[in-house]
Design a protein around this ligand. Structure first.
Ligand code: SF4
Length: 378
């Protein structure tokens, strides 16, 4: 592939229309390219049979369609969750997780609608992550780089092809903090909605609490849903579990969420893991209830999945699942909060929430170079 050729994957409809014009084509060619790339998943210009031969030749000379590659996939023995190792164009790897219907939530907790046909893909927005949440395997990788919009979309297209089924739901809950790769994530969301025809209400962006971009998401009219990894409504506890709380404390986070709700009228999801003796005390639960009442919300309780396999040190190595998790869920319901308890889907293949990590030799070497150059993180 010639380096000078323009990768079209990840371009929005507007960008593809501009590209078509620069190529000397009519602007509507951009719409045709958009449909071929995303709705039909064409992987070569030769596949684009509604374009003239001359147009396809011009495209071959000046453009390319650069996909990520699925390096391997592992299916859970306990459920049908599949974890994909995805290789980016520069050889870095990220993980994506395909979660089949009826296992996202524990029995009786499934959200009503058309659960039978739900196929959820959890995608990555960064290689590694700089935010250093203490319960997360990805944090042990450090930050490598942001994914391009094309790499984000290509995860979906390649895994859709491998799954032989339409993907109905997308969650930005894989590796990385999506709000730190805001522009590329928003372009990808636009393409998911209008190119891959995934309903906006089936796309969730999950943030560790990057308050400025929660406001920006509201101002930009982003139609995707917002989830916030909360894990404690007490500043000292949250700062210990999630260093981002030192940049955006709970007051700042709450103000951004209130702004988001006032602007969009949308309900917010809080993701919550209960850790034994840390955030499962009476005081912590009372503060959570108070925090959660600020705007309409639901609370997704996620069982803690061990990240001991990463060799994590410090507080991360001391975290244990709370034995009170189900009792707290009942307590929150009694407080009239909407509560769901997520399943352990994919735990046996380290594909459950918080367990994604890639440490190939190449990635280790790259990570070392980055850490030598600059102190990454908060
Ligand atoms: S939980 Fe999310 S934001 Fe926190 S370190 Fe892991 S990937 Fe990054």
């Amino acid at each position: 592939m010639a380096a000078s050729r323009h990768n079209l994957l990840g371009l929005s409809l507007h960008q593809l229309s501009e590209f078509a014009e620069r190529l000397g084509e009519k602007r509507y060619r951009g719409k045709q390219l958009f449909e071929w790339l995303y709705a039909k998943g064409a992987e070569s210009f030769a596949d684009m049979t509604t374009l003239s031969k001359a147009t396809r030749e011009r495209l071959e000379e000046s453009a390319c369609i650069e996909h990520v590659a699925i390096a391997s996939q592992h299916q859970s023995h306990d459920d049908a969750t599949t974890k994909f190792l995805v290789t980016l164009h520069d050889g870095l790897n990220v993980e994506s997780v395909l979660i089949p219907p009826r296992i996202a939530f524990r029995s009786g907790d499934a959200e009503n609608d058309d659960e039978q046909r739900r196929l959820t893909l959890c995608i990555s927005s960064q290689a590694g992550c700089p935010l250093d949440c203490k319960f997360c395997a990805t944090a042990t990788m450090g930050f490598l780089r942001n994914l391009t919009a094309g790499e984000i979309i290509s995860q979906v297209l390649q895994i859709r092809k491998a799954a032989h089924r339409p993907i109905t739901n997308i969650v930005f809950m894989g590796m990385g903090e999506p709000m730190m790769n805001y522009e590329n994530v928003m372009t990808a969301v636009e393409i998911l909605i209008s190119g891959l025809n995934i309903a906006a209400r089936r796309i969730t962006i999950s943030t560790a609490g990057w308050a400025d971009h929660i406001r920006r998401m509201a101002d930009d009219g982003c139609k995707a849903k917002l989830a916030v990894s909360l894990h404690s409504a007490v500043d000292e506890t949250r700062a210990m579990l999630m260093p981002i709380n030192k940049k955006y404390n709970l007051d700042q986070l709450a103000a951004s969420i209130e702004y988001y709700h006032a602007t969009t009228k949308k309900r917010v999801t809080y993701e919550y893991i209960f850790f034994d003796g840390i955030n499962d005390t009476e005081h912590e639960v009372a503060r959570l209830i108070k925090f959660a009442r600020r705007v309409p919300c639901k609370v997704n309780i996620i069982p803690f999945h061990s990240i001991a396999f990463t060799g994590v040190q410090g507080i991360g190595s001391q975290l244990r699942p709370s034995p009170k998790m189900n009792a707290i869920a009942d307590r929150l319901r009694e407080a009239n909060l909407s509560v769901f308890v997520r399943s352990n889907a994919g735990e046996d293949i380290a594909a459950a929430c918080g367990q994604l990590v890639v440490k190939t030799e190449r990635q280790r070497a790259r990570q070392t170079r980055i850490f030598d150059r600059t102190a990454v993180g908060q």
